[in-house]
Design a protein around this ligand. Structure first.
Ligand code: TYM
Length: 335
């Protein structure tokens, strides 16, 4: 790969992605892939921490591969692959487990939230999830990790584990930095604007999926929960719904909050919601169409993933072998 800094990020193929995933993560991947050596994964093993229907998971893996490409990830320039295709990820996770303490994992916000949501399935994977994520990042000597705000705590753990390992065994891992959108690190739900917009929300009106057609996008924005004073002003505490819509509008148009407030001064929520729907549609509709075009060619998608895994594997095993040596394991002699 070129002599540039390494960038790593991943997305779970656990449903159709939302505009939160797009603004918080995917859109930045495209922007950054020219300046960094980009490594982008489908975090398919992470999805197993909550119950999945195998047939739907398989479908979602192809959907996400096509979406990555439709959003402009160039598989020649960057590496695009499935986490489960490169076994170094689970191998490094095992070693990192031995320097990570249960208390660090049980106090993770996402673990606590998901434990409440999936009371009938609080499994070891759910708790260990951030260690696998740390392995994903550290294997590639990553310097930059573009993520949404909800993943910040997990990134902190990856940094802590890198530092702890380096202190104990000598310099081995780069310590990664996060990269977050200024405007849209935490896009909120359209139904409960105090909560984040999530692709696993049972209420389909709570999120705009990257698969929603223009009529659906418009209908969902029209239904978005807002207050009743009809003033388009950014104030997350008092007006979480309208503030979220302003955030979305600005993230898609590149306008500042002040500019948007001025533009809609004196106008009602109805007009504003239609305008938000229009800017979102004009950005995501071409992506949706391109994704559907790519989905028709599974052979091509398999080829992209297979090529990506080969390239990722070479980098990953370089780090994993270094780790195995440092901790005192004897490397397998081949041939
Ligand atoms: P996941 O699949 O939940 O989300 C993928 C990316 O989208 C961001 N995101 C959001 N950003 C803004 N507003 C929102 N409402 C919103 N919802 C999601 C997430 O922060 C994330 O960047 N554990 C990760 C996947 C992962 C990973 C990694 C990420 C596995 N290994 C290594 C980075 C590095 C996850 O579940 O993301």
């Amino acid at each position: 790969m070129e002599d540039k800094k390494m960038l790593f990020s991943a997305i779970q193929p656990s449903g159709i992605l939302t505009i939160g995933n797009y603004l918080g993560a995917l859109r930045n991947f495209k922007k950054l892939q020219d300046d960094y050596n980009g490594v982008f994964a489908l975090a398919d093993l992470h999805t197993l921490t909550v119950k999945q229907d195998p047939a739907i998971l398989r479908k979602n893996i192809y959907e996400l591969t096509a979406l990555y490409l439709a959003c402009g990830i160039d598989p020649e320039k960057s590496i695009l692959f499935a986490q489960s295709h490169v076994s170094a990820h689970t191998e490094l996770a095992w070693v990192l487990n031995t320097i990570c303490y249960p208390g660090e994992l049980s106090r993770m916000t996402q673990f606590k939230d998901k434990s409440l949501k999936h009371e009938d399935n609080i499994n070891m994977g759910l708790m260990d999830y951030p260690v696998l994520m740390a392995a994903d990042i550290l294997l590639y000597q990553t310097e930059l990790v573009p993520i949404g705000a909800d993943q910040k705590q997990h990134l902190e753990l990856a940094r802590d584990l890198a530092i702890r390992f380096n202190n104990r065994y000598g310099e081995t891992f780069k310590v990664p930095e996060g990269y977050m959108s200024k405007s849209a690190a935490r896009v909120k739900s359209l139904a409960e604007p105090e909560r984040k917009m999530s692709k696993s929300d049972a209420n389909l009106n709570a999120f705009i999926s990257m698969d929603d057609d223009p009529a659906t996008v418009l209908r969902k924005f029209k239904r978005a929960v807002t207050d009743s004073d009809d003033k388009i002003i950014y104030s997350p505490e008092d007006k979480p719904g309208i503030s979220n819509l302003l955030t979305i509008y600005c993230a898609f148009t590149g306008k500042s909050i002040e500019q948007a407030q001025e533009e809609f001064a004196g106008k009602g929520y109805g007009d504003f919601k239609v305008a938000v729907g229009e800017v979102v549609t004009s950005a995501i509709e071409p992506i949706r169409q391109e994704k559907n075009r790519l989905l028709a060619d599974k052979t091509y998608l398999d080829q992209v993933l297979s090529n990506g895994a080969e390239r990722a594997e070479r980098l990953a095993y370089r780090t994993l072998n270094k780790v195995y040596k440092k901790v005192g394991l004897v490397l397998r002699k081949r041939g």
